[in-house]
Design a protein around this ligand. Structure first.
Ligand code: ATP
Length: 320
């Protein structure tokens, strides 16, 4: 069986990407501070944070483009600089600046193919993979933003990498482009590969990520699975009743323990439904005046987290 391992990497490492204590200061700006996070093999992990929160700097340190003041990082078990054949290990998409405006899409790809030692035919394959076959002979300067993004993605795919690192890849894409990229990335990881994707909007990446790493002002404020994040902030049944404490006690006795007492006297209950709560209330002589289901807007939770208002990010803000 052919090896799927990129040369010079350690695919048995626990995570596809790991950073430990990464820090970077630009003059008076502390861009990244003691940042440690991990990206499991086969995951799509979102690196999320508002503008200027240090996402690009963190990715650039990971890829050996910026030297950290402190800390270490590894891709497939090795520091980026120690990977023997980096283009086969990791493909990166950090903006569209590497495109020469007068060079056609296919000649751009052939230049990069030659630089990393893959056959010219690979250029045609990756153009097809990103849906740019008909654009092969157009100059990069004449391409739309969405097409340029696809071309940069095609460049990242030339080495058939195990890991993709994408900085704000949805920026400027139209809805069709967003849907296409989401589908592409889901397919990429279905083949067991890994994606780290940065964004300042949770809703942009929420449908596809299975793990999130949230940074604010260069500092980690949360990391964990989307499953855990959704469960923590799942929809709640908000109940107005005659005796909130008695209702909470009765619910707990029935195994419903995710119950919060709100400032307005109502009780917010997760993991149950109106019928069950009504039955438990009635059997413990509590009168229910009204009940309504409240959906959680995860984007609002994320914004609160990154503006320091999150009441409940977890015990240390970190869930492994
Ligand atoms: N080369 C540099 N020289 C000086 N300051 C820099 C440099 N690169 C980044 N910074 C600063 O570091 C901070 C973090 O920037 P960074 O680009 O990493 O954030 P970001 O989260 O990627 O932001 P955005 O979402 O706007 O792209 C910002 O204050 C930025 O101005």
């Amino acid at each position: 069986m052919p090896s799927t391992r990129a040369p010079g990497t350690h695919p048995t490492s626990r995570a596809a990407i790991e950073t430990h204590g990464l820090s970077k200061q630009f003059k008076s700006v502390r861009a990244v501070s003691n940042l440690s996070f991990s990206v499991p093999h086969g995951s799509i992990t979102g690196l999320l944070g508002p503008n200027g929160s240090g996402k690009t700097t963190a990715l650039r340190m990971l890829l050996g483009l910026v030297r950290p003041d402190a800390g270490t990082s590894a891709v497939l078990g090795l520091p980026f600089g120690a990977i023997a054949d980096p283009a086969r290990a990791v493909g990166a998409m950090l903006g569209s600046r590497g495109l020469h405006p007068n060079r056609t899409a296919s000649s751009h790809l052939r230049v990069y193919a030659s630089a990393i030692g893959v056959p010219d035919d690979r250029a045609r394959q990756v153009l097809h993979r990103v849906g740019l076959t008909d654009t092969a002979d157009r100059r990069a300067g004449t391409l739309s933003l969405g097409m340029r993004r696809r071309l940069v993605l095609a460049t990242a795919l030339l080495g058939d990498p195990r890991v993709l690192v994408l900085d704000e890849p949805f920026d400027g894409l139209d809805p069709a482009g967003i849907a296409w990229l989401r589908e592409f990335l889901a397919g990429f990881t279905r083949a067991g590969r890994t994606v780290l994707i940065s964004s300042h909007l949770l809703r942009e990446v929420e449908p596809i990520i299975d793990r999130l790493v949230v940074v604010n002002q260069g500092v980690l404020v949360h990391q964990g699975s989307m499953e855990h994040f959704r469960a923590r902030h799942r929809a709640r049944l908000v109940v107005a009743c005659s005796d909130p404490v008695r209702l909470a006690t009765a619910l707990a006795a029935a195994g419903i323990t995710d119950v919060r007492h709100q400032a307005d006297g109502k009780v917010a209950i997760a993991g149950s439904d109106t019928t069950t709560v009504g039955r438990i209330a009635s059997s413990s002589d509590v009168t229910v005046f009204g009940a309504a289901t409240e959906q959680t807007d995860l984007e609002r939770v994320f914004v609160a987290m990154t503006s320091g208002q999150c009441a409940d990010p977890g015990p240390s803000g970190v869930e492994q």
